[in-house]
Design a protein around this ligand. Structure first.
Ligand SMILES: *Cc1c(COP(=O)(O)O)cnc(C)c1O
Length: 580
């Protein structure tokens, strides 16, 4: 497998963009999409540290991966997002998570200042900088100003959020025009981007198009991608907030009236209007699209097309592993699984898996440099260590504390395999419940003379840590409360990097059957805890037996390679948006 030096970029293998379009059998796409009429992708969150933008979690990672895959496939795509002048970091002090705010300068990341655009908010004319970073086929178009604030700063439903969302929508739309770009399609990555579609509707309606025609046109060209499950949980805005931040930006009285009519008791949920303005709607996994409970204003249940998230394998898969996939012919030049990939998986031997983990462990060790655990100790692992990880935002439904329900059993498992358990994940600012849970968990660990040296919390979870852990650990643990994860993508990074996945059957994991991986099941939490420990023991055993290890890893890839492929995701979106 030692072919790291032959690592190549798939674009070099694509004769022509037409190839990709032909592969997805939508030749007419080339007529719909062009550099001047790009696919536009709107997102309040982008997680793309290499380009200077750090997000909060999966929503932003997905946005970055979508653009990168489009770039590789030669699909003209413009991603519009805010550039937040401060980024949030976290450190651990005496077991407590402390937030830090670090200023960032867009010039350092190759952004070019284009010009300024204005939005009206709260009686002021706010001047926003438009900045651009252009790649070959795609670009990141960002709007920013020194007081723009941080991602998700202030309350959802609060004035500052509304200001940020209005700035992205109206400011971003004006920025597109500044560059002479016309959106072929507008994909709204969650409802915070609603105002982009509103800006388009307003432009059409105020430029002489009949209002109803303008609505029909906007609807046909707008895709609302929902990542949330429960509409009821969404924050609302008050009419008076729209009077200050939204209506002053509208030129068309008809659009204003249309919008005012959508308020119920002077309140509005952005999802309700986003559903009205987007005829195309998608959910982010099969399960999520089925169970997302949304109603339109008339009270009818909204149908979501399932387009399961994928990941950019170029970004997330260890280069040697990805090359190996290409060499044995399980993924093609587009990053799509080949027709006979399942048969070809049989050549993934235990030796290959151990080699991959050896390489991955080097990556993990280098990522862990300068990032000590809760004891201030810098970690480094050898091939003889057995590493479990739990890496994801510390939010209640993801249950980071679950594997600590029975510390004695956890200790026994770790003792049996020279094991380490690495925890990484941000606690949402102001989430006292979760910072309390983390503190309690670390207390439990500190009071056990074995666990204290074998359970490690690494602060300031980010892309590098996500990559290092999926590359270098043996087993990944993912235990959301079933029904609450929309998709999740970190488990995809794990499977693609030949880790064993232990998971509840939820989100995108539920795209395939429960016997495709080590499934945590049970009708109650104590049963799930039991099942989780059983699965951890099975994973340890599997590593002692080549046949079992090969069987598990091959089975995971057989079930999930098509799901994981970011090219598959883009292909699904294109097929959905540009139906022949
Ligand atoms: C992949 C990734 C995520 C996605 O996490 P999920 O919990 O699987 O949705 C979040 N944050 C970072 C930094 C990631 O790399």
């Amino acid at each position: 497998m030692d072919d790291g030096q032959f690592f190549y970029h798939p674009l070099e293998n694509i004769e022509d963009t037409e190839d990709f379009y032909a592969a997805i059998n939508r030749e007419h796409l080339t007529k719909s999409l062009s550099d001047e009429r790009p696919y536009t992708y709107w997102t309040i969150e982008l997680y793309d540290q290499k380009n200077g933008i750090r997000g909060g979690g999966g929503l932003g990672i997905l946005a970055a991966d979508t653009r990168r895959v489009a770039e590789q496939m030669g699909v003209p795509l413009t991603l519009i997002t805010p550039f937040y002048p401060f980024e949030p970091h976290q450190k651990l002090e005496n077991g407590a998570v402390v937030d830090e705010h670090i200023p960032v300068d867009y010039h350092k990341f190759g952004f070019r200042f284009v010009d300024t655009v204005n939005v009206r908010c709260d009686g002021n004319l706010c001047k926003l900088d438009v900045i651009e970073k252009k790649f070959d086929k795609t670009r990141i178009l960002a709007i920013t100003e020194p007081n723009f604030g941080e991602l998700y700063s202030g309350m959802s439903g609060g004035d500052h959020r509304l200001y940020q969302e209005v700035s992205l929508g109206f400011g971003g739309y004006a920025a597109l025009k500044l560059l002479g770009l016309k959106p072929a399609i507008m994909q709204l990555n969650e409802v915070a981007t609603f105002f982009a579609a509103l800006a388009r509707l307003d432009e059409l309606a105020s430029n002489g198009m009949d209002f109803y025609e303008a609505v029909v046109y906007t609807r046909k060209h707008t895709l609302y991608t929902n990542h949330t499950l429960v509409q009821a949980a969404e924050a609302e805005f008050h009419l008076s907030q729209f009077e200050r931040f939204v209506f002053p930006n509208l030129k068309s009285p008809a659009v204003r009236k249309w919008l005012v009519d959508k308020f119920v008791n002077d309140r509005i949920k952005l999802s309700s209007v986003t559903i009205e303005i987007a005829e195309l709607r998608s959910g982010v996994s099969k399960l999520h699209a089925r169970v997302a409970n949304y109603r339109d204003i008339a009270g009818n249940k909204v149908k979501f097309k399932a387009v399961t998230n994928g990941i950019d394998m170029e970004t997330w898969v260890v280069p040697e592993i990805l090359n190996y996939y290409r060499r044995i012919g399980i993924i093609d030049k587009f990053g799509l699984p080949t027709e006979d990939y399942i048969e070809k998986l049989s050549s993934i031997s235990a030796e290959i898996i151990h080699e991959a983990k050896h390489k991955g462990r080097e990556i993990l060790n280098s990522v862990l440099k300068g990032r000590p655990d809760q004891n201030g100790k810098e970690l480094s692992f050898t091939d003889d260590d057995f590493v479990f990880d739990f890496k994801r935002r510390f939010v209640d439904y993801k249950r980071p504390e679950l594997p600590f329900s029975d510390p004695k059993r956890l200790r026994k498992i770790l003792e049996s395999c020279n094991g380490h358990y690495i925890l990484a994940g941000r606690v949402h600012t102001g989430d006292h419940n979760m910072s309390g849970k983390l503190k309690k968990l670390l207390d439990t660990v500190a009071h056990d003379d074995y666990l204290k040296d074998h359970v490690h919390y690494i602060a300031d979870y980010d892309e590098k840590l996500a990559y290092g852990l999926s590359a270098g650990s043996n087993v990944a643990i993912n235990v959301p409360i079933v029904g609450l994860e929309a998709c999740g993508t970190s488990w995809m990074k794990d499977i693609a990097n030949l880790n064993i996945l232990i998971s509840t059957h939820d989100g995108g994991v539920a795209d395939a059957s429960m016997d495709s991986y080590l499934c945590v099941s049970g009708g109650s939490e104590p049963e799930e805890v039991d099942s989780l420990y059983d699965r951890m023991e099975e994973a340890v055993e599997a590593y002692k037996n080549d046949f079992d290890l090969e069987y598990l890893i091959q089975k995971q890839l057989a079930a999930y390679l098509p799901v994981i492929s970011g090219s598959r995701m883009l292909k699904d979106y294109l097929a959905f948006l540009f139906k022949a």
